[in-house]
Design a binder for this molecule. Sequence first.
Ligand SMILES: NC(=O)c1ccc[n+]([C@@H]2O[C@H](COP(=O)([O-])OP(=O)(O)OC[C@H]3O[C@@H](n4cnc5c(N)ncnc54)[C@H](O)[C@@H]3O)[C@@H](O)[C@H]2O)c1
Ligand SMILES: O=c1ccn([C@@H]2O[C@H](COP(=O)(O)OP(=O)(O)O[C@H]3O[C@H](CO)[C@@H](O)[C@H](O)[C@H]3O)[C@@H](O)[C@H]2O)c(=O)[nH]1
Length: 329
Amino acid sequence: MSKKKVLVVGGAGYIGSHTSLVLAERGYEPVVFDNLSNGHAEFVRWGELEQGDIRDRARLDEVFAKHKPDAVLHFAALIEVGESVKNPVGFYDNNVIGALTLLSAAMDAGVKAFVFSSTCATYGLPDRVPMDETHKQAPINPYGRTKFIIEQALKDYGTYKDLKSVMLRYFNAAGADFEGRIGEWHTPETHAIPLAIEAALGRRQGFKVFGDDYDTRDGTCVRDYIHVLDLADAHVRAVDYLLAGGETVELNLGTGTGTTVKELLGAISDVSGKPFPVEYVGRREGDSTSLVANNDKAKAVLGWEPQYTLADIIKSAWAWHSKSNHITQ
Ligand SMILES: NC(=O)c1ccc[n+]([C@@H]2O[C@H](COP(=O)([O-])OP(=O)(O)OC[C@H]3O[C@@H](n4cnc5c(N)ncnc54)[C@H](O)[C@@H]3O)[C@@H](O)[C@H]2O)c1
Ligand SMILES: O=c1ccn([C@@H]2O[C@H](COP(=O)(O)OP(=O)(O)O[C@H]3O[C@H](CO)[C@@H](O)[C@H](O)[C@H]3O)[C@@H](O)[C@H]2O)c(=O)[nH]1
């Protein structure tokens, strides 16, 4: 029997490349669609690369006609919260117009299964922590709002059209492939774990903590860091679920454990054995105080369970950053 094909849109990026790896391991055939604006051709190792932009309908039609995918995973987006405050137009253009163009092309090509990279940033400020999927969605930055808009479109397409989707609200993706083939490589890098590791490796001057006056146990923001391979596993399960006739659903993907920035820095110093300078500066615009998942629904719907701890995350990230010398600034 021929393998089922999955179009991995944004598959040359961090989470999409790890998901391609796990798709291939589980017997699917990934095909990556990416404009390489923030991705890396060398991360496309488990399937063909089709270069193109999700805002280019003609190119999308060509790729859908050629590959006839059974499902689409949509990772392609601009992703930095801080940048979205400075450049909202670019975010709406890529994350909303791009996603809607991709959705139309997918539906016209007869695709019925769609997995969307959403985010806990769609919740905004927490009423309660941990947050389950019924928590109100009131994003506090343009990035979160672009993702919220697409979630609503997907719910309407699930109700009124024949496209079923799984909207995966990731908390903070982190860590890397344990064999060190791929890892987190954003340019410029803005995420806490790679920045702190690069500081410990002496590639950056030190680490700046954005705010220590939050209402949390040590004044710094709380996040729920989830291993990228746990995210990848959930995506493959989401494809299985949709191809088996599953209905449209939104699911949190986090571990349920919150870590403050100070705790994170302590854990990174422990793993690396290399202390690094830390400076406390003002808050970063658009940051939420505390984001921690209640992941019961993903466990129930997908039979998913996160496998990796914060120590696994830091060790795998440390291994990747130590051996690779890519430029992130
Ligand atoms: N990294 C996180 O912690 C996190 C958390 C929650 C949600 N997400 C979401 O997960 C998805 C993947 O994040 P990532 O960290 O892997 O980001 P990434 O930047 O590494 O990957 C995104 C990929 O999409 C591609 N891309 C961007 N715009 C495109 C376009 N117009 N056409 C074609 N390709 C395009 C980029 O070249 C890149 O390869 C994003 O949608 C992001 O919003 C990420
Ligand atoms: O130099 C830094 C970088 C980050 N932080 C803090 O570290 C925490 C984590 O920040 P970061 O790693 O940038 O992740 P988030 O801003 O939480 O955003 C990520 O996680 C979101 C879900 O929480 C996703 O939606 C986004 O795409 C993804 O970038 C936050 O409290 C930041 O204020 C610092 O103190 N200093």
